[in-house]
Design a protein around this ligand. Structure first.
Ligand SMILES: *Cc1c(COP(=O)(O)O)cnc(C)c1O
Length: 447
């Protein structure tokens, strides 16, 4: 079952995408809905560490991790072993029909690792969106209240309820409504674009948001405030220090659940187990997915025991949620994160990425801001540093130029002008440096 190891360097044998990928893309266009688009249509066959190998034998540098999923790298040895063994032993029963240990063990890990050492319970699902949906179910059930507050630039998924919480119209929401109701949006504490200036963002945003909830919803009608502690798809927006603790405290005082959506920021990505750890913020409920299981589909909802246990038996679940193969992959991923101290590695990756990006910022006024934490780093591009007009076309051009050189990069941001870096945490320094060099060349060619 073992195949050739993948050398950790970039190789370009053809244009990217090459002829084999182009042939596959032609089949894709004839078979797959146009609604499912491909960022870089180089068809990937294998992957390990920081390298993806495409159908033409090109070795691409992975700065995306399948959107922060393969944090332990593709084909992480422990994950592969655990999955191979598990799928042969027991593939599926549905935990609600016949339970198995791995589900319980993942919940134990989630209860242990998520912020706070209080008594917790967890439940497992398949996708991040499903975890968020269940957070809303629990919050409404427990509080007996309806209103849910989400933020500008938020991304919580693509199901109908989570689309109501997701901020960006194109491509996520456009003509897919009507959306679930009793969802309310408030401004995000976004220092770079805060009208009163970054230095006033923490105080002003907190005051503005809580006033708005009071005036437009009423605390007594509000079940939960849900926030990504570092926003993902919306542009890697990091709220100013003090904002999250103040908001969590205010929620507690008003019997509103504080829900952290750690689907993208969790599991060592930001240099801690969870992004909330940075300021010691302890949410009532936490959603997890993406990096949790080394690429296998799994998500979790973890919360205070009295909240999670107040749901009637049978109220939470699903056919596939916490599938045994995904569960052992999660246990192996968590073990890998511990063994290799991938939280520390994420902080090293930050140092390397920031050094490269700071050089770009010194050379180009279009680099408006570099932000993020750990291996969740972004730069926001602007046409003019004074007006901060978003430079979406430049962002797309740099992205495409990186792709052509075999560097898998991703953009994000409500305004489409943020370049984000989400390498696997097992990527080597050489590949990080090479990727940064490619980026610098792409930048020079695109401005
Ligand atoms: C990706 C993401 C989701 C949705 O996860 P899916 O597995 O795609 O449903 C929800 N919240 C955040 C913060 C995400 O980044």
């Amino acid at each position: 079952m073992t195949s050739e190891p993948i050398e950790q360097w970039r190789i370009l044998r053809t244009a990217v995408p090459g002829p084999a990928s182009q042939a596959l893309q032609a089949r894709k266009l004839a078979a797959v809905s146009a609604g499912v688009s491909t960022g870089l249509p180089a068809y990937v066959e294998r992957g390990a560490g920081g390298i993806l190998v495409d159908a033409d034998g090109n070795q691409l540098i992975d700065f995306g991790s399948g959107i922060a999923v393969t944090s332990v790298g593709n084909g992480a040895p422990r994950v592969v072993q655990a999955v191979q063994r598990q799928i042969a032993e027991l593939t599926h029963t549905c935990f609600m029909v016949n339970p198995y240990e791995a589900y319980v063990a993942v919940c134990e890990q989630l209860n242990d690792l998520t912020p706070g050492d209080h008594d917790k319970r967890s439940a497992l699902f398949n996708s991040g969106a499903e975890a968020v949906e269940n957070a809303v179910k629990v919050a409404r059930h427990v509080t007996g209240k309806n209103a849910i507050v989400a933020f500008d630039h938020a991304y919580h998924g693509r199901t109908n309820l989570t689309l109501a919480m997701t901020a960006k119209n194109m491509p996520y929401k456009h003509r897919f409504g009507p959306f679930a109701n009793e969802l309310y949006r408030v401004p995000m504490a976004y220092p770079y674009r805060w009208p009163g200036g970054p230095q006033h963002c923490a105080d002003e945003a907190f005051g503005y948001i809580t006033d708005q909830i009071h005036a437009q919803i009423g605390e007594e009608n509000c079940a939960a405030v849900i926030i990504e502690p570092i926003q993902g798809e919306g542009g890697f927006i990091v709220p100013p220090r003090g904002f999250l603790p103040a908001l969590a405290q205010w929620c507690r005082e008003h019997d509103i659940l504080f829900v952290a959506d750690e689907v993208q920021s969790g599991f060592c990505r930001t240099g801690d187990w969870f992004a909330c750890d940075d300021e010691g913020v302890i949410p009532d409920l936490v959603t997890t997915a993406k990096g949790i299981a080394g690429g296998m589909p799994l998500s979790g909802l973890t919360g205070r025991a009295e909240l999670m246990d107040s749901i009637h038996p049978g109220g939470l679940g699903g056919t596939y949620g916490g599938n045994p193969v995904s569960c052992v992959a999660a246990l192996a991923s968590i073990e890998t994160m511990r063994e290799l101290d991938l939280a520390a590695r994420a902080r090293e990756i930050e140092t390397i990425l920031r050094a490269g990006l700071d050089k770009l910022a010194a050379a180009y006024p279009q680099v408006g801001e570099i932000r993020g934490r750990g291996a969740m780093i972004a730069m926001e591009l602007v046409a003019d540093p004074e007006t901060k007009a978003p430079a979406a076309a430049l962002t797309t051009a740099v992205n495409k130029a990186c792709h052509a050189q075999g560097l898998v990069t991703l953009t994000c941001g409500t305004l489409g002008n943020v370049f984000r870096f989400l390498p696997p945490l097992t990527i080597g320094d050489d590949l990080l440096h090479e990727g940064l060099d490619i980026l610098a060349d792409a930048f020079a060619a695109s401005v």
